[in-house]
Design a protein around this ligand. Structure first.
Ligand code: ACO
Length: 322
């Protein structure tokens, strides 16, 4: 039998906390607007931290919680849209920093669905190639990828990292179902251009390397696609929504989570939220929420993780906690 389960979790956030009140001293916004429209009270922003250092700290904690040496890691995948370098990958830098000397390393870009996409890749590769331990990290520093005069985006995002170690064993499989998807017709609805140096030949226009988003259209996409994806994953596992103990969604907007709960007719208390403390940390948000929620899990709890974001991408996974 091929069984895969989570054996370690880690989380890391920058020290600097930025409250809505402080933000409203330099952005045309208010604590009342941000809280009522998004559920966010504060977020953490990098001062000296980087995607690399946050990812490394989360990875180290995950190794300790798994009681595993770095040498046992077969693969490191970092899901991110804000890495400091595209070469080398952040995954390579993390592997070097933690001493994961045997690991194959690469980064994956699927925005706020990145952690679920990376988990699907990790799980498939464990099944296909027999890798025993895979470290999947979601890590972002978005605070330096924002237009701080665009109140429609800068109030939403935050920085952080979350790490998960998946292990292959002969025990019962704890990953019950997973699906990912992309509606590329919405590719321009959330954008983050990469700044390139000028070339003496290039005649195209360069775009500012800041996040742009059509918030209303993304809201409609999320509240339509996420319930569909959750129902599909739960049905594929031959379960029903009443069997699900926890729903851990990408922490993009508290109202999106409430709307998904309502559409699925599930009590919203089963939807874990930490958006109030961290804002939207893109690929880091699901592993960070999983980490924060895990103290409340009981063995055997059935947990849905669901992400959505730029691409437009979505991904949902159902697992059993052991
Ligand atoms: N403070 C005060 N007023 C604001 C702010 C602000 N920070 N931002 C916008 N407003 C104003 C607007 O100017 C507008 O004013 P007007 O009516 O006078 O024109 C009014 O508030 C309403 O603006 P909307 O954009 O319609 O506000 P909405 O209720 O849609 O909330 C939000 C905006 C929070 C962005 C919401 O649309 C949302 O959460 N969308 C989903 C975003 C998302 O999920 N992204 C996830 C993917 S991100 C990724 O993949 C990286």
């Amino acid at each position: 039998m091929i069984g895969i389960k989570i054996i370690g979790l880690g989380k890391s956030i920058p020290q600097r906390c930025l409250t809505n009140d402080e933000m409203s001293t330099f952005v045309d916004t208010s604590d009342e607007w941000i809280k009522s429209r998004t559920g966010i009270s504060k977020r953490h922003v990098a001062v000296t931290e980087t995607v690399e250092t946050l990812a490394t700290m989360a990875a180290k904690e995950a190794l300790v919680s798994a009681n595993l040496l770095a040498d046992a890691i077969d693969m490191v995948i970092v899901a991110t849209v804000s890495a400091e370098t595209t070469m080398p990958s952040t995954a390579s830098l993390v592997a070097r920093n933690i001493g994961a000397n045997r690991a194959r390393c690469f980064d994956l870009s699927a925005a706020c669905s990145g952690f679920i996409f990376a988990s699907e890749v990790a799980i498939s590769m464990m099944k296909q190639s027999g890798y025993k331990n895979i470290l999947v990290i979601g890590a972002e520093v978005l605070s330096n990828r924002l237009d701080w005069e665009d109140r429609g985006t800068c109030v939403i995002f935050g920085d952080g990292a979350g790490a998960v170690i998946y292990q292959l064993s002969q025990e019962e499989n704890q990953i019950l179902s997973i699906e990912t998807g992309t509606d590329a017709s919405g590719a321009e609805l959330i954008t983050l251009p990469v700044q390139a140096e000028e070339s003496p030949f290039y005649k195209g226009k360069s775009k500012r390397p800041v996040i742009g988003m059509d918030g209303r259209k993304v809201y409609v996409f999320a509240t339509t696609k996420v319930p569909e994806s959750i129902e599909k994953v739960v049905t594929n596992a031959k379960l029903s929504l009443e069997n699900i103990d926890w729903f851990i969604l990408h922490q993009a907007n508290s109202r999106i989570m409430d709307s998904v709960a309502q559409k699925l007719s599930v009590p919203k208390e089963r939807f874990f939220k930490n958006i109030q403390d961290y804002g939207n940390t893109s690929a880091a948000s699901i592993p960070m929420a999983l980490y924060d929620a895990s103290s409340q899990f009981k063995s055997g709890d059935q947990i849905v993780l669901s992400g959505f974001g730029a691409g437009l991408t979505w991904g949902t996974m159902l697992l059993r906690w052991s």
